[in-house]
Each structure stands twice: as structure tokens, then as C-alpha cells.
Write a protein that binds this ligand. Structure first.
Ligand SMILES: [Zn+2]
Ligand SMILES: [Zn+2]
Length: 185
């Protein structure tokens, strides 16, 4: 990261441009080493992925390519390309409740997610304490490259719904009890 900042200062490029160049280089190397042709599909898909901020579904990426990038690709191509990027660690896959989401990860490996177990809403959270704790963790015969953490719980709007439902149930019960009392009189 420090190196990136340095490069930005030297060449007057944005951080984002540097990141895209770096990930393209990783793809270049892979394709050259494996004698694959450098077709434009993979590069355009990579660029689209790194232009998205945060998590995205396969459908969302598809829409972005067809719309903003004017570069529609088949689902099979998209799926295969994403699998290649997963292998090259350019993309991570999250299996959130009921949906599979992807995320660009070259400059974004260490982070945590909070996930609501009721509505499935997920958000990235940053914690320097956790980063530090993982940094300080000593693992035997293992080089750490990065981590992803999931924190499960209930979001505030779901909590509000639960409280409301409980209150309504209580009011119903009280009403019933009152009517019973009246009848018994
Ligand atoms: Zn929720
Ligand atoms: Zn994330």
C-alpha cells in the first residue's frame, strides 16, 4: 500500500488507476505463463469488477458490463472468468444468506463483515484492533496472506420489528384477558 502511495505521487495517477494496472499485470502474467490468448473479455470484466465499490452479485456485474461498459458477455464466460479471478486471488466470494456475492480484493483483503441473520443485510466494517490481532497471531508453518471475518447478529431495523411484534402480541393477550374478566363478572 505504501508503495502504491509512492507511485501515485511520482506519476500523478490515482490510487484506483494504480490498482487496476497492478491487477492487470497479475492477469497478464498468468495468461503469458499459461500460453493463453489475451482476449479482451477478461480484461474488461476485470476492469468492471474493480470499478464496483463493495459486494456484487453475478447479475449486477452482468448488468454493469452490458450497460456502462457496453460489453455484454454470456453467463458462462462471466462465471468461468470469475472462477479464474478467484484462483488468482483478484476476487473473493462470500456466501451470504441466500446469495453469493463477489468482491474485488487486491487492495481489500483484510476486512470484516457484519451480517444480519434475519434480513441478510451485510456491511463491511473496519477494525484496526482485529487487523492487529491477526497480524500478531503466530501460525505454525504458515504464511498469512489475508483474512475475512463474518460477524453475525441482528440489525437495528430487524430488532425494531421484533420489539414491535412482541408489543402487539402482548397487547392482544391483555385485551383477551380483559374480555375474559368481563365475561366472568
Ligand atoms: Zn436485518
Ligand atoms: Zn466485503
Amino acid at each position: 500500500m505504501l508503495e502504491n502511495t509512492y507511485l501515485c505521487a511520482v506519476f500523478g495517477k490515482s490510487m484506483k488507476e494504480n490498482i487496476i494496472e497492478a491487477v492487470e499485470r497479475i492477469l497478464d502474467n498468468y495468461l503469458e505463463m499459461n500460453n493463453h490468448r489475451k482476449t479482451p473479455e477478461r480484461y474488461t470484466i476485470l476492469k468492471a469488477i474493480y470499478s464496483i465499490h463493495g459486494h456484487f452479485t453475478l447479475e449486477e456485474l452482468n448488468e454493469k458490463l452490458a450497460g456502462e461498459f457496453n460489453f455484454p458477455v454470456s453467463r458462462a464466460t462471466l462465471y468461468n472468468t470469475l472462477n479464474l479471478f478467484l484462483e488468482l486471488r483478484l476476487v473473493t466470494r462470500h456466501r451470504f444468506q441466500g446469495s453469493t456475492k463477489y468482491e474485488a480484493c487486491y487492495d481489500n483483503t483484510n476486512h470484516c463483515h457484519q451480517i444480519c441473520t434475519m434480513c441478510g443485510k451485510e456491511m463491511d466494517i473496519r477494525s484496526s484492533d482485529i487487523n492487529e490481532a491477526v497480524d500478531n497471531m503466530r501460525l505454525k508453518r504458515f504464511r498469512k496472506d489475508g483474512f475475512t471475518l463474518y460477524v453475525f447478529g441482528v440489525c437495528s431495523s430487524c430488532q425494531a420489528k421484533i420489539t414491535k411484534r412482541k408489543r402487539q402480541e402482548k397487547e392482544k393477550e391483555e385485551k383477551k384477558a380483559k374480555e375474559k374478566k368481563k365475561l366472568n363478572k
